[in-house]
Design a binder for this molecule. Structure first.
Ligand code: G3I
Length: 356
């Protein structure tokens, strides 16, 4: 296929699917017309070591989240020791510059230090989870207003796997760990926005459909049990070669919204390992995927925040797992490796600006 046709095909696919879907709004939250705060996942050392990075963050972001720093692996080198250096520095930077913080994350299957393998019973697991939440949420009470309390609780493919992803918490406590984590976080900081954060909802595949269904079951169950939960974080690590299932994603968002939950876009980027090498074409496809994803959400209700997972192609997690076969650098983010805006940044600007 001619390269141009490839791009137009991708762009056309994004633009064609349902833009005026009617969804039930009963019981749902009001949708704001105000500008949506934009932010990015930050590597705190770069704020110190790379002045261009720091300038770009200050130029573009109203909201920050640590790419690491608050994960168990980073905070807990030993069972009896917490290291708060990185998040302390990031929060100080945010506060000095009038930026808001999000917290990522309290209960996750990954990023667990080796010593946690000594936790082997349900009681020990509950005790460890509570101690962690009390210490971390307690330390930043009033300074981190929104927390990804549980991250990636649903398995990769609930069509062929158990719906809940195996983890220390799931294995020892069961699905109830989600409710326990939410309740404990709410008890420590009653003003905090409690978020379940997850990925893999947006493509027209059986896997994504099964993931949406499993996630909705979890959320409905939590609601039935009156568990405190305020928002859903849609990560948005978009596989660049796949179309966005705009109708499926919009329906999913409408169901969540109808349960009174806010939506946040928490980790947006476009994984470009399978996209054409030509950077102009690649950047256009990346932008069009991001636009389709955001529009599918915005068709139901504008999200409360949009964050990308990193800001510049210079510093991104994507090559850790999705480096390109042709060895060209990945280009998943709104700014290029020299901190210049790409078409993706224009998509963010268009989407986040106030609508009235
Ligand atoms: O800190 C060392 C550094 O000293 C060393 O030079 C470098 C060499 O490889 O490794 C550095 O640590 C790596 C760190 O990323 C760098 O930022 C870790 O090995 C690596 O495991 C870590 O990966 C992070 C991953 O989560 C696991 O915590 C990625 O940066 C981070 O982007 C990724 O973020 C996740 C979200 O939390 C959840 N959603 C998916 C997302 C992407 O995988």
């Amino acid at each position: 296929m001619h390269r141009r046709q490839f791009v137009l095909g991708a762009l056309g696919a994004g633009a064609s699917a349902g833009s005026a879907l009617a969804f039930p709004r009963a019981g749902s939250r009001a949708c704001s017309t105000a500008a949506i705060p934009f932010g990015a996942a930050i590597r705190v050392d770069l704020l110190r070591d790379d002045p261009d990075y720091r300038r770009a963050v200050l130029a573009h972001c109203q909201l920050l989240v640590g790419e690491g720093g608050l994960k168990w692996f980073d905070l807990r080198p030993a069972a009896d020791r917490f290291v708060f250096d990185h998040p302390d520095r990031l929060i100080a930077f945010a506060e000095a510059n009038g930026l808001k913080m999000r917290g990522h994350t309290l209960a996750w299957y990954a990023g667990m230090p080796k010593w946690t393998e000594t936790i082997t019973t349900r009681q020990e697991a509950e005790r460890a989870l509570y101690e962690h939440i009390d210490t971390v949420v307690g330390r930043y009470k009033g300074r981190i207003p929104s927390w990804d309390v549980v991250n990636e609780a649903i398995s990769d493919n609930p069509a062929i796997q158990k719906p809940m992803r195996p983890s220390l918490w799931q294995d020892l406590i069961g699905t109830r760990h989600v409710e326990l984590a939410l309740r404990r976080t709410a008890a420590v900081d009653p003003k905090v926005q409690l978020v379940l954060n997850d990925f893999g909802f947006e493509n027209p595949t059986l896997q994504c459909r099964a993931k949406r269904a499993a996630f909705l079951r979890l959320v409905k169950d939590l609601k039935d049990r009156d568990a405190p939960l305020h928002a859903i974080g849609l990560q948005g690590h978009l596989p660049g070669e796949q179309e966005i299932d705009r109708e499926g994603l919009s329906r999913f968002v409408a169901e969540l919204h109808g349960m009174g939950l806010a939506i946040l876009v928490t980790e947006l980027d476009v994984i470009d390992d399978k996209l054409p090498a030509d950077t102009v074409i690649r950047d256009e496809i990346v932008a069009s995927r991001a636009r389709s994803f955001l529009q599918a959400i915005g068709d139901v209700c504008r999200p409360e925040a949009v964050l990308t997972w990193g800001l510049s192609d210079r510093h991104t997690w994507v090559p850790i797992w999705f480096s390109r076969k042709d060895k060209m650098p990945n280009r998943p983010l709104p700014l290029d490796a020299n901190y210049q805006p790409k078409p993706f940044m224009q998509v963010i600007k268009d989407f986040t600006r106030a609508t009235s």
